[in-house]
Design a protein around this ligand. Structure first.
Ligand code: MG
Length: 250
């Protein structure tokens, strides 16, 4: 069942979204060679708690940290650690969830560490572009998979592949609500999108094949072929005026 949010609820979700966006800015500014993902995790924890927000990921199905930090060929759900030291040329996908007044904001982005290869840069831009293509379809009257198809078509036109095993999701008082939002498939299927739906759209894009696997830590998802991967996500409300990106920095 897709939970429809009132304009009042979307206002609260916009505040959760802003906190999430601000945490991302903090991370983006801190990322540099020599920094550990454990430091980024502590920084975000402190920031969220200072604002009276609650980290959404820690303890969720047992996840052990505040942020997900996925390095290079890691796709999603990487666990921050003092042992993971960023190096020039790395790319780091960071996923942050924040709860404000009971509602969740969820956003991810892939950041370059210093100067990265032109191919890595192109992967990041293609994935960010895929998210924009998906958001543009988050319009009342469209079908859910219009989002999916727009993402896949864009990604494949750029020569990359979309991950099949993980998908976007509805979001509200729970981090994962209906519907699931695949990043692939033909347009025109699934529920009709309507005002008041709030969706976390999140393409995960691999430079090589789309196959992924989970490491022995039970969390970290990596590309099977070892190729680089990028991930962008926004929490988006469908409104009368069109898609409202709640996790974009104001
Ligand atoms: Mg998400």
């Amino acid at each position: 069942m897709i939970v429809i949010k009132s304009p009042r609820e979307i206002e609260i979700m916009a505040r959760a979204g802003q906190v999430t966006a601000q945490a991302h800015r903090l991370v983006e500014q801190a990322i540099a060679p020599g920094v550990t993902t454990g430091e980024l995790d502590r920084m975000v924890e402190e920031f969220l708690l200072d604002l009276g927000a609650k980290p959404a990921f820690k303890g969720y199905v047992g996840f052990p940290a505040i942020i997900c930090s996925s390095l290079n060929h890691q796709v999603v759900h990487g666990i921050p650690s003092e042992k993971v030291v960023l190096e020039e040329g790395d790319i780091l996908s960071v996923d942050i969830g924040a709860i404000v007044d009971g509602y969740v904001g969820d956003a991810a982005a892939t950041y370059p560490v210093g100067a990265v290869s032109p191919e890595a840069r192109r992967l990041i831009e293609a994935t960010s572009g895929a998210l924009e293509k998906g958001i543009a379809q988050a319009v009342a009257g469209n079908r859910l998979t219009d989002i999916s198809a727009a993402v896949q078509q864009w990604v494949e036109s750029q020569g990359f592949s979309v991950v099949r095993d993980y998908v976007g999701h509805g979001i509200g008082q729970s981090m994962h609500e209906d519907p699931q939002i695949p990043n692939f498939g033909p347009p025109g299927y699934g529920p009709k999108l309507a005002e008041g739906m709030v969706l976390a759209i999140e393409p995960m894009v691999n430079m090589g094949g789309y196959s992924v696997k989970t490491l022995n830590d039970g969390w970290t998802v990596v590309t099977t072929d070892g190729s680089l991967s990028a991930h962008f996500e926004h929490t988006v409300a469908i409104t009368k005026q069109g898609p409202q990106v709640l996790t974009a920095l104001m």
